[in-house]
Each structure stands twice: as C-alpha cells, then as structure tokens.
Design a protein around this ligand. Structure first.
Ligand SMILES: O=C(O)CCC(=O)C(=O)O
Ligand SMILES: [Fe+2]
Length: 269
C-alpha cells in the first residue's frame, strides 16, 4: 500500500455480510480470499422443509441429552470428527456413529435426506464437484444436526492445523456451512471476527473456548439468520454463537467445507 493511503478500519476491513437469494461461486471465492465476512442465503430451505425436518427429528433416535434433565429435548445427530480422534486417526466408535447417524438422518425430509438436498444445491451453485471428505480411504460423516440454545464460546476450526493428516486430501481453505432449521425469536446470532489463530493465543484458552480479549476491536460479521437460511463463513476465523433469548430452539444442519486447488469442495463434520 502507498504510505499516504492509510487504511480506514471502518471501510477497508472487507468483512461484510452479504445477504443473497442465491449462492454464487464468487461468494465462496471471496470468503476463501478473506474479503468477505459471511454470506447468508435466504430461504435455502423452505419453511415447510424446516418444519418437516424438525417434526421428524422428534421421534428420531439421536444422541440427545437425558430428557429427564434437559427439556426441550436437545438434538445432536452425528459425530464430529473432533470428538473421535485418538492421535492416530478416527476411532472405530466414529465409524459406527457415522453409519448410524447417516441412516437416522436419511429420511428426515419427508422420506429423503436433507443432506442430499443440500449437496445438490451446493453443486448447482458452485458449478463444481461437491463430495464427502475421506479419511484413510473411508467416507467421513457430514451433515450434523445440532441444537445450540445457550450459545457457543469463542473458538476457531481448522482441521489441517488441529488434526493434520486426518483428511486424505488436505484443503487449502476451510469454511463452515449452516442451514438454520429452527431459530429462536431473538438471539442465536453467529458472530465471526476477522482474526485468525496465533500461537500465543493458547495462553488465553480455557477448554475449547478462547478469551474474548483476543478479538477486541477486530472487525466483525454478525449473522442473525432466519429459519431456512443458509450461511457460509471462514471458520479459521474466531467465531462464537450468541445465546437464544426467550423460548425457541436453534437447530442447524452443519458441516465444514474444504476447498482444493482442483476446485473440489469436500464436506465433513
Ligand atoms: O452454529 C453456528 O452458528 C456456528 C457453529 C460453529 O461453531 C461452526 O459451525 O463451526
Ligand atoms: Fe465452530
């Protein structure tokens, strides 16, 4: 940059939220290049589709918390690779949970799989290949259905840094995708900061969460999604989820998206 052209943090962050009716390849490219904070796609799923999936989720055999203690029922369908990594690779329990969960999800959308619908829409938008990631030659699980009502702490997700070698084809960029199947009347925002992890940040870590002082004054992209919206952001940036306000459930269909030089999108959870 020319020394006389000082950056204006308010306008030069290039970290907006774009709200669109249709996802285009340029949105993904801008996220990957770091010149967009998030893209929200309106009505990615129809209200009826979301209601139908939520309805079917009620009688689905999920890894839910004990309903005696947690009401309404907290849904979590599908293993996260992070929860099943034993420093060598994904455990046998992961592959068992992957199979069971994919079967449970496969009929939630009026007998069809909501992930299949999502992949078809992404393939159409990206105009390129979208396929599940593999680990040790086996197809990984993607498309977790997850309920986060009380928020999530500040963290980042970056598989090539946290678990090098797990993905057979390591992507050069990792995004996160959410489709919001249910949103509360208020709260539940996805908040992304324009700040990636640095080694010294470990001094500010407590469990999976990091101290919010790390993102003070950083540009931020806040997404208050509506039921049915889709959303992408670069999850190597620090992000958090705000707690719901009042009654209502925040349920998403979520997975990570890795982008490779071949232009292939790989997905996993
Ligand atoms: O539910 C969200 O808004 C984000 C959850 C999250 O941390 C992620 O998808 O990586
Ligand atoms: Fe995350």
């Amino acid at each position: 940059m020319n020394a006389t052209q000082l950056a204006d943090p308010a306008t030069d962050a290039m970290f907006d939220v774009e709200v669109v009716d249709r996802l285009e390849p340029q949105h993904i490219r801008k996220l990957a290049a770091g010149v967009l904070g998030a893209v929200r796609i309106r009505d990615f799923f129809s209200a009826q589709d979301c209601a139908d999936v939520m309805d079917r989720l009620e009688d689905c055999d999920l890894g839910a918390y004990d309903e005696q203690f947690v009401q309404p029922r907290v849904a979590k369908l599908g293993p996260a690779a992070y929860d099943y990594y034993d420093h060598v690779g994904l455990t046998a329990d992961y592959w068992a949970a992957a199979e069971h969960s994919a079967a449970a999800r496969s009929t939630l959308l009026r007998g069809a799989d909501p992930l299949t619908r999502t992949i078809a829409k992404l393939r159409d938008a990206w105009q390129g290949d979208v396929r599940p990631a593999t680990s040790g030659g086996r197809t990984m699980f993607s498309g977790m259905i997850r309920e986060i009502n009380q928020g999530a702490r500040l963290h980042f997700d970056e598989v090539v840094r946290e678990f090098p070698g797990v993905l057979d084809n390591e992507p050069f960029c990792q995004l996160a995708f959410n489709c919001y199947l249910s949103m509360p009347p208020a709260g539940g925002e996805s908040v992304v900061y324009r700040r990636r992890w640095k080694p010294r940040d470990e001094d500010y870590r407590d469990g999976y969460g990091y101290d919010q002082c790390l993102v003070t004054d950083e540009p931020v992209a806040e997404v208050l999604a509506e039921t049915g919206d889709g959303m992408f952001f670069d999850c190597r940036n620090y992000h958090l989820v705000r707690s719901n306000i009042g009654a209502g459930r925040r349920v998403t269909l979520s997975f990570f998206v890795g982008i490779s030089a071949s232009r292939t999108m790989q997905i996993w959870s």
